[in-house]
Write a protein that binds this ligand. Sequence first.
Ligand SMILES: NC(=O)c1ccc[n+]([C@@H]2O[C@H](COP(=O)([O-])OP(=O)(O)OC[C@H]3O[C@@H](n4cnc5c(N)ncnc54)[C@H](O)[C@@H]3O)[C@@H](O)[C@H]2O)c1
Length: 257
Amino acid sequence: MADFSGKHGLVIGVANKRSIAWAIAQIASNRGARLAITYQGRFEEHVNELSQGLDPAPLILPCDVTSDTDIEAVFSRIDRDFGGLDFVVHGAAFAPREELTAPFSQTSREGFRMALDISAYSLIALTRGALPLMEKRGGGSILTLSYLGSERVFPNYNVMGVAKAALEATVRYLAADVGPKNIRVNAVSAGPIKTLAAAGISGFSSILNVYKERAPLRRNVDASEVAEAAAFLLSDAGRGITGEVMMVDAGFHATGM
Ligand SMILES: NC(=O)c1ccc[n+]([C@@H]2O[C@H](COP(=O)([O-])OP(=O)(O)OC[C@H]3O[C@@H](n4cnc5c(N)ncnc54)[C@H](O)[C@@H]3O)[C@@H](O)[C@H]2O)c1
C-alpha cells in the first residue's frame, strides 16, 4: 500500500466530493500526508467543508491555474508552511460548453486556447513552481489525470481530446526535463466517471454504457480505483516509473470492438 508518512503534497482540482482529485487527497491524507488543497473561486465553500474531514487539517488556498500570480502565491505559501514539497496532483481541466456540443470543425480559436491553457499548459506552470520545493526534498512526484479521448475519438469530447493529447505529451517532455532532479511526472488515464467535469460532455451517459458492455471487466471504474493507482505513482512505491500514462479503465483501452 502506498505510504505517505512525512510527505507534503499539493492537490489541484477539487470541486466537490465526486472530484477524482478529492479521492486522491483522501487516500494521501489517510496514509500520512500533510496537504495543501487549492480551489477555483466558486468552489471555496465546498473545499473548505470537505477538508474538515481530513486530519491533519490541510492548507486551503485559492488558485486559478490561468494565473501565474496565483500559482506563485501557492508555492511561496507552501514553502513557508511546509518548507518543501513531495508531490503534486494536477486535476484541473476545462473546455467551454459550446466546444463540447458543436461539431469539432466549429472549435473556436478562443475555446481551443482556453482548453489547452487550463488543461495542459497548467501542468508545465505548476511543475516549474514545484521544482525548487521538490529539490529541497531530493525529488518528488507529479501526477495528472487524462482520458483515452487523447488517442481515440469519443462523441463530443472534441477539443478536450486535443488538450489531453497535449497533456500526455507534456507528461513525457516534463519527465525528461525534471527526471535528473529525481522528480517523476506521470498520468493516470481514467475511465469515465460521473463528475462535474463529465457532466459538461453531452451524451456522457452513453459513453458509460458502452464501457460497461465492452470493457473486459464489464463495468466502469470509480474514483477510488483511479485514486489507488494515482497514490501508487505518487508514492515511493512508484519510484521507478516516470513519463507513463497508466490506464485505469477496467481494460476498455485494450479492446478492438
Ligand atoms: N470524470 C471523468 O470521466 C474523467 C475521466 C478521465 C479523466 N478525467 C480528468 O480528471 C480530472 C478531474 O476531473 P473530474 O472528473 O474529477 O471533475 P471535476 O469537475 O471534479 O474536476 C475538474 C477540476 O478542474 C478545476 N478547474 C477548471 N478550471 C480551472 C482553473 N482555471 N483553475 C483551477 N482549477 C480549474 C475545477 O475547479 C475542478 O476542480 C480532469 O483533468 C478530467 O479531465 C476525468
